[in-house]
Design a protein around this ligand. Structure first.
Ligand code: ZN
Length: 209
């Protein structure tokens, strides 16, 4: 996977669910796979855009990474490993295929580990489960991803999960459109390029005819 150095923007988070967006941090799996998580800082940059993590928690993780860059790199590797297992599992679901045993075992292990790093706390008359930042340290994002991914796989709506039909994309997205007929990760990128290709093909046919 070719490592790219680029800043994340809102346009990179179009998966309809932040777990899909996390898996999409390695685009182009159908043609030229790219790694966008080129460092631990980039993972934090991505996490900030999701709105799932508090700025204070991310700032604390940044400080931990600065204090121990070697550990931060190892934590980044764990995040990437989880993402790879998730892609395999999610992609199979879009095809109605059985999950890979290896990917399932990898996610099971990371989910158990994430539960270990979590705690229950009271919130408005109920209990909520969340990753305990102090226990999770540099793995706070990865642990939260593991928990939320299992939650999504369990409760769905997985029948709305799709793989973008665009070339050199392979992004996953939850189709939340009313008619459930969305084909592209985004109309602005893959949708438009498909439209342009169709238009070009039509014109060529017209000229040939
Ligand atoms: Zn796409």
């Amino acid at each position: 996977m070719r490592i790219l150095h680029r800043a994340f923007s809102e346009a990179d988070l179009v998966g309809g669910h932040w777990i899909a967006d996390f898996i999409n941090t390695a685009p182009g799996r159908d043609a030229e796979p790219r790694e966008w998580l080129d460092g631990y800082g980039r993972l934090l940059e991505w996490a900030a855009l999701t709105g799932v993590f508090s700025p204070a928690s991310l700032a604390e993780a940044a400080a931990l990474a600065q204090a121990d860059p070697v550990e931060a790199e190892a934590a980044l590797d764990r995040a990437r490993a989880l993402r790879e297992a998730l892609f395999v599992l999610f992609e199979a679901i879009t095809r109605g295929a059985a999950p890979s045993e290896d990917a399932l075992a990898a996610l099971s292990a990371q989910w158990r580990w994430a539960v270990d790093l979590s705690r229950l706390r009271p919130e408005g008359g109920r209990l909520v489960r969340s990753v305990d930042d102090r226990s999770a340290g540099l793995d706070r994002i990865t642990a939260a991803v593991a928990l939320a991914a299992v939650d999504l796989l369990e409760h769905g709506p997985m029948e709305r999960l799709k793989l973008c039909g665009g070339h050199d994309c392979a992004w996953l997205f939850l189709d939340t459109s009313k008619n459930g007929r969305r084909r592209w990760c985004s109309m602005a990128t893959c949708g438009n390029s498909a439209k342009a290709k169709r238009h070009y093909r039509k014109r060529r046919e017209e000229m040939a005819g």
